[in-house]
Design a protein. Structure first.
Length: 131
């Protein structure tokens, strides 16, 4: 039986935001990509969720605290979009985020193979290798 817990208190939402913010910027986006890949469009609703447009935001997040907060806010909002639009389980998302923070080895899950290269090559090393 699936435990029932509603993550709808301010402290629960704040805890999730802080867990995401503790992750390095690239891992926040990786977390979102993996959570999107885990969602199966319910009842044939298409398109499937696919995050994008984070390349510049990640690059800036490594240099600027304000940009780092904007990235966390964007990932957080997209996760709530998964909950409301694709019936993702917020409890599962929160527990997974907590595990990523506590156990860095959990972050090394491979990205789904169908992702475009732009999403796979995000981060400080990928950004610095571009002309």
């Amino acid at each position: 039986m699936k435990p029932t817990l509603t993550l709808d208190t301010r402290s629960d939402r704040t805890a999730l935001w802080h867990a995401l913010h503790r992750l390095p910027p690239i891992d926040r986006v990786r977390f979102l990509v993996l959570r999107c890949a885990a969602v199966k469009p319910a009842q044939g609703r298409l398109p499937a969720p696919a995050p994008g447009g984070f390349d510049l935001m990640v690059k800036e997040a490594y240099r600027c605290d304000r940009a780092d907060e904007r990235l966390t806010n964007s990932v957080y909002a997209d996760l709530w979009g998964l909950v409301s639009g694709w019936d993702a389980d917020m409890l599962e998302i929160a527990l997974d985020a907590e595990e990523w923070v506590r156990r860095p080895s959990a972050r090394r899950k491979p990205l789904p193979s169908g992702l475009p290269r732009a999403r796979r090559g995000v981060g400080p090393s990928a950004a610095s290798s571009r002309p």
